[in-house]
Design a protein around this ligand. Sequence first.
Ligand code: FE2
Length: 288
Amino acid sequence: MQKLRKVTDLVEPIYVMEGAGVLLRRSIASPSLDYLDPFLLFDHFGSQNPTDYLAGFPMHPHRGIETVTYMLDGQVEHKDSIGNSGTIGQGDVQWMTSGSGILHEEMPKEPDEGIMEGFQLWVNLPAKLKMTAPRYQEFKASKIPEVQTDDGAVVKIIAGQFHGVEGPVTEIFVDPEYLDVSIPTGSSFEQPIKQGHTAFAYVFEGEGIFGDFEFNSLNKGTSVPATYLAVFSDGDAVRVLAPQGVRFLLISGKPLKEPIARYGPFVMNTPEEIQQALEDLQNNTFVK
Ligand code: FE2
């Protein structure tokens, strides 16, 4: 019998200032949720006020992790130390494997109209891949498949699978699933998630009921409103009911169960490896 996952923790993001002065809502790498193996950080950025983000993230290094940027609205311009540059626009995703190291800048642009909004997730790399060659997987919105269920839910598949349709981001060590799910009023949604994988949902519009509830039973599940992050217990599926409509990211991946040493944009296994990253930066040997 299938075992539905329950909500074990609800995290309210805290506001933090990052980069040269960007206001973010942070829910992983926060005081209440330091690390959700293999996920190291989760930020929701977005504002109607350009002074909250225009300072951006000038040149900075990363080593030992993957950074995943998914834009809901607006644009972020990026360029890096290995010659890549471009714009991540509405609905686009960039899955960047820093590996041994890159230096890059990420600069949000003021839109002609509307707001600038999106998410950044940091995914850990296992010890054996921390010093791998840097790699990008970048996809425009048009390359991200969308499936509509009979029940009216609309699911964008960035990584992993939904109803047999596979997302464009592949060959990531933690075997991630990254879905953007919109459920209309009164509809429901269910998705298998591999046993043993860590899973969370981040609700950013409306409110949903998540958990191991049965329809028309006394078990009412857990109500999760925007903007909260819900952490799930182990199990093999997530069930969601949307009495008033909800939109959320559903993200899962295989935990690494390795020691971590983190220092800002570097996440390694030992303090000595962090020290090495700092020395490499100082000696101009950071980018391999
Ligand atoms: Fe970065």
